[in-house]
Design a binder for this molecule. Structure first.
Ligand SMILES: C[S@@+](CC[C@H](N)C(=O)[O-])C[C@H]1O[C@@H](n2cnc3c(N)ncnc32)[C@H](O)[C@@H]1O
Length: 240
């Protein structure tokens, strides 16, 4: 199936999954889920789970499943967590034939659905597969209100792997951001160059809120804090 992440998946963890970001983010998400009634041992689906970077921080408290569109990213996650259930599916139309107490979508991955129509379809799928009183927590990929073009620069310097990374983050259309990756990957004395552009939907705060409420979720919290990248919108499938 599709993958914008085919090449990147092989070094995704080295480049992006940093304990100093993932640990506090997961801790706050767990606190927010607990605050809104998600008990220990609840069923948690991590949407767009990627290589499973967040998974180790949640398995102590919940029964965790993962979903992602990229077989390459999922293969990395399955390799690390062979006892957990994973589903290959699209946020826009997924149907995992199971109900969950909570679903989370972190690190702005929802932006990859690209359009407001897809965002709305995705929230419909979330609401349909949440149990009564279940919670959805979505971290936006920036918002129209706070987006700023930028150039990201970072590096990995490990004995067996060196990566030099720049990413151009630019507005392509009023509702579409284009991120162009430039990665120089060094292994041994070889250096390869990977360039790739991906498009990400830029939605407004109201787009997120309406997508949740129109799907039948009651917005119970808009969290703003640097520990959760992008902040978080939380919707509850209220009973009665
Ligand atoms: C930036 S990565 C983040 C992965 C993970 N959430 C993390 O924080 O490490 C974005 C992920 O979204 C997945 N993705 C992109 N479009 C998707 C879609 N329409 N449905 C499901 N997953 C999608 C990609 O395959 C990738 O694994």
């Amino acid at each position: 199936m599709y993958s914008d992440f085919e090449t990147i998946s092989t070094y995704y963890d080295d480049l992006y999954v940093k304990d100093e970001e993932y640990a506090p983010e997961a801790a706050k998400v767990k606190e927010l889920l607990s605050k809104h009634g998600i008990a220990p041992q609840s069923d948690l689906l991590i949407l767009a789970c990627g290589t499973g970077g967040h998974i180790p921080y949640f398995t102590d408290e919940y029964r965790v499943s993962g979903l992602d569109l990229s077989e390459d990213m999922l293969a990395m996650a399955e390799n690390k967590f062979p006892n957990l259930p994973f589903h290959c599916g699209n946020l826009v139309d997924f149907d995992v034939k199971a109900d969950f107490d909570a679903m989370i979508c972190l690190y702005g991955s929802i932006g990859f659905v690209k359009t407001v129509a897809n965002l709305r379809a995705s929230m419909q799928r979330v609401a349909a597969q949440l149990r009564p009183n279940g919670i959805a927590l979505i971290t936006p990929w920036s918002t129209k209100e706070d987006f700023q073009e930028c150039l990201v620069v970072d590096a990995v310097d490990e004995p067996d792997l060196k990566i030099s990374r720049m990413e151009q983050v630019r507005l392509k259309e009023p509702d579409v951001v284009e991120v162009t990756f430039h990665h120089l990957i060094g292994q041994g004395t070889d250096v390869t160059y990977h360039q790739q552009s991906v498009e990400i939907g830029l939605f407004s705060r109201q787009d997120y809120l309406s997508a949740m409420t129109d799907a039948g979720l009651t917005v119970v919290e808009e969290y703003v804090g640097s520990d959760v990248r992008g902040g978080a919108y939380m919707g509850k499938r209220m009973v009665g």
